[in-house]
Ligand binder design. Structure first.
Ligand code: ATP
Ligand code: MG
Length: 362
C-alpha cells in the first residue's frame, strides 16, 4: 500500500512556533525522508470559514501568509503538494455523504470541538458547519487516501472520527477508503505547546503566540515576559519545572549544542533543570538562553521568508498548481465513493438495462 500524508492548517493567522514543533518540523523531516509516495499539505480555508463566516477577508488575507510560512520552514513544492481546500470542491461532496454515517451525539462527544466551542463562546448558538467540521476533516483525509496525518494532540479526536467513518463506509458500501493514523510529536512539550501566557495551548485565536515570522526584538520581549514559576521569587529559591512555560519551550526546542554556544556551564537541559530545582538559578538567565535558542531556530526561517516575499506571484502559482493536482486526486476518490454507494446511475449500464426490461413488458 502507498504511504500518503495529508495534513494542513487553517489560514486564520500566520503560523506560530506551536505549529512548528507540533507539526511543521515533522512534516519537513518526513518530506525529506523520501519514505512517502505522496504528500498533501492543505490550507484549510473552508474550515476556517466555519468559525469566521462573518470575516472572509481574514481568511483571504492569511492564505498567502500560511503559504509563505510553509515555504520558509522548508516545505518543497517539488516534493509536497501545497493546495487550497476550497478549490477542491469534491471535498464538500464527500462531506455530505459522510454526514449520513455520523450521529449528532457522536459529534457532541468530540473533546476538541467541545473546548473550541467554549473558547469561541458558541455554547448557545453553534454554526452547523463548525459543529460538523470533524466530518469535513474526514473528507480531507480520505480524499487523498492518506495513511498518515502528522498533527498535534488536538487532532486525535478528528483522526479517530475519520477512522470510524472509514470503517462504517467500508462496511456499508464495500472496501473503498483507507484508515489513516495520526503521527504525534515524539516529545510531550510539542504535542500541545502552551501559549506565552502559560495557560491554554498556543493558538492563533487566543493571542498568546510567538509567530515564525516574528522579528528578533519582538520575540525577545515575549520571552522576557513569559510565565514561569510564580513561587520562584528570589534567585536562591528552589524552582518548579512542571508547568513552567520557559522550560516547556526549552523541552520543545533545545539541542545540546546550544549549551556549548550560549550556556557552557551546563552540558544539557537536564543539568539546567536540576540547578533550577535546587535553587540558585534565576529566571532571567533561563529566559535569555531560551531567547538565544529560539533565535537560532527562527533566523533561517525568517531569512527564507524574506526571499519568498520578493516573489509572491510564484507563491500563488505554487498554490494554484498544487490545488489543480489535489483536485484531480480527490475527484478520482469521489468517483470511487459514488460507485461504491451506487449513485453512479448514468455509468451503470446494468441499472438502465434492468429498468428498460422492467417496463418493456408492461
Ligand atoms: P486556530 O486558533 O485558528 O484553530 P491553531 O493555532 O489552533 O489555529 P490550527 O490551524 O488549528 O492552528 O492547527 C494546525 C496544526 O498545528 C494542527 O496539526 C495542530 O495540531 C497543530 N497545533 C496547533 N497549535 C499547536 C500547539 N500549540 N502545539 C502543538 N501543535 C499545535
Ligand atoms: Mg485549531
Amino acid at each position: 500500500m502507498k504511504k500518503i500524508i495529508l495534513t494542513g492548517d487553517r489560514p486564520t493567522g500566520r503560523l506560530h512556533v506551536g505549529h512548528y514543533v507540533g507539526s511543521l518540523r515533522r512534516r519537513v523531516e518526513l518530506q525529506n525522508s523520501g519514505e512517502f509516495d505522496d504528500i498533501y499539505i492543505m490550507i484549510a480555508d473552508a474550515q476556517a470559514l466555519t468559525d469566521n463566516a462573518d470575516n472572509p477577508d481574514k481568511v483571504r488575507e492569511n492564505i498567502i501568509e500560511v503559504a509563505l510560512d510553509y515555504l520558509s520552514v522548508g516545505l518543497d513544492p517539488a516534493k509536497s503538494v501545497l493546495f487550497i481546500q476550497s478549490y477542491v470542491q469534491e471535498l464538500t461532496e464527500l462531506t455530505f455523504y459522510y454526514s449520513n454515517l455520523v450521529t449528532v451525539s457522536r459529534l457532541q462527544r468530540n473533546p476538541t470541538v467541545k473546548t473550541e466551542i467554549q473558547m469561541r463562546n458558541f455554547e448557545t448558538s453553534i454554526p452547523v458547519g463548525f459543529f460538523t467540521y470533524p466530518i469535513s476533516q474526514a473528507a480531507d483525509i480520505t480524499a487523498f487516501k492518506a495513511t498518515t496525518v502528522p498533527a498535534g494532540e488536538d487532532q486525535m479526536p478528528m483522526v479517530e472520527q475519520t477512522r470510524e467513518i472509514v470503517r462504517k463506509f467500508n462496511q456499508t458500501y464495500g472496501e473503498t477508503l483507507v484508515e489513516p493514523e495520526i503521527l504525534l510529536p515524539d516529545n510531550d512539550a510539542c504535542m500541545r505547546l502552551p501559549g506565552t501566557d502559560g495557560k491554554a495551548k498556543m493558538s492563533k485565536s487566543l493571542g498568546n503566540c510567538i509567530y515564525l515570522s516574528e522579528d528578533e526584538t519582538s520575540v525577545q520581549k515575549k520571552v522576557m515576559s513569559m510565565y514561569t514559576d510564580p513561587n520562584h521569587i528570589r534567585v536562591q529559591d528552589p524552582g518548579q519545572i512542571e508547568g513552567n512555560t520557559v522550560f516547556t519551550y526549552l523541552d520543545a526546542f533545545c539541542k545540546d549544542e546550544y549549551f556549548a554556544e550560549y550556556l557552557p556551564d551546563y552540558a544539557n537541559l537536564d543539568e539546567l533543570k536540576a540547578h533550577y530545582q535546587r535553587g540558585g538559578l534565576g529566571d532571567v538567565k533561563v529566559k535569555r538562553f531560551l531567547n538565544a535558542v529560539l533565535n537560532e531556530e527562527l533566523a533561517p526561517i525568517r531569512a527564507r521568508r524574506k526571499e519568498y516575499e520578493k516573489d509572491i506571484a510564484y507563491v500563488y502559482d505554487v498554490l494554484k498548481q498544487g490545488s489543480e493536482k489535489a483536485r484531480a486526486v480527490a475527484a478520482q476518490t469521489l468517483s470511487e465513493v459514488k460507485d461504491a454507494m451506487r449513485i453512479n446511475y448514468f455509468d451503470d449500464e446494468e441499472l438502465i438495462k434492468k429498468h428498460i426490461e422492467k417496463y418493456q413488458n408492461e
